[in-house]
Design a protein around this ligand. Structure first.
Ligand code: ATP
Length: 235
């Protein structure tokens, strides 16, 4: 198993937002978490990446990371594309990419990886010396994905990658997530409100409602489910 959550609860002090969540991501799978505003999707990502305290068990490749801090979790091979892009706006594009590789010692291969992401996203190459804050929303999202990939993760967490993007850029971004999944056999856990597009690249999914898993199934099962259709697909 790439990632396994067993009865995970978490919140912000005033009470739990997540109640005993159990889910898993198998190697090479793209798993999507669907849910309305406030369902707890971002909180779930924060619990996995170690930025908020959580109870229950979280296993990454069989290793218990329930009490591991966020930096160590990245070092273990689990990287996050945070919501709202989370790039360092005052650093250049290249400096942002290099922050993704801070835990790596293989500097020659870091440079190779930089070139690789510049080839994948030529718009980043053209703007490599510009401050990230000057990039468009779509470019910042590409930067956030590439930066996470610069740590050479084995599991990528993406929190609402489509947020603030036009439909065309959302399509482009999901197409590139799909190719990252295929080329690198990258396991992914994606939180997304845009159910149609996320289910289009997902293997499986979970529906989160007020902090609990209301439904789980293959991408096809969820697309066919009346509950998902009515609430998230609009038909
Ligand atoms: P959205 O799609 O709107 O981002 P979400 O499913 O990601 O929603 P969360 O951001 O996880 O939902 O929020 C779940 C609940 O936790 C909400 O009721 C929210 O008000 C609360 N919450 C989120 N962040 C904090 C925080 N830093 N402090 C206190 N409460 C928070």
């Amino acid at each position: 198993m790439s990632l396994e959550l067993q009865g995970v609860s978490a919140g912000y002090g005033a009470g739990d937002v997540l109640h005993e969540i159990s889910l898993d991501v198998r190697p090479g799978e793209v798993v999507v978490i669907l849910g309305a505003n406030g369902a707890g999707k971002t909180t779930l990502m924060r619990a996995v990446s170690g930025v908020i305290p959580r109870r229950g068990r979280i296993l990454f490749e069989g290793k218990d990371i329930s009490r591991t801090g966020p930096e160590q979790i990245v070092r273990l091979g689990l990287a996050q594309v945070p919501q709202g892009r989370g790039t360092f706006v005052d650093l250049t594009v290249e400096e942002n990419l290099r922050t993704g590789a801070l835990s790596r010692r293989d500097s020659a291969r870091v440079n190779e990886d930089l070139d690789r992401w510049y080839t994948t996203y030529p718009r980043l190459a053209e703007r490599r010396r510009q401050k990230a804050g000057l990039l468009s929303g779509g470019e910042q999202q590409m930067l956030a994905v590439s930066r996470a990939m610069m740590s050479r993760p084995r599991l990528l967490l993406c929190d609402e990658p489509s947020l603030g993007l036009s439909p065309r850029l959302t399509q482009e971004l999901f197409a590139s997530l799909r190719s990252i999944n295929e080329e690198w056999d990258m396991s992914m856990l994606i939180v997304e409100q845009n159910a149609a597009i996320a289910l289009g690249i997902a293997t499986r999914g979970y529906l989160l409602e007020v902090g609990t898993i209301a439904r789980a199934g293959s991408a096809d099962e969820l697309s066919d489910s009346d509950a998902v259709r009515a609430a998230y697909l609009g038909y």
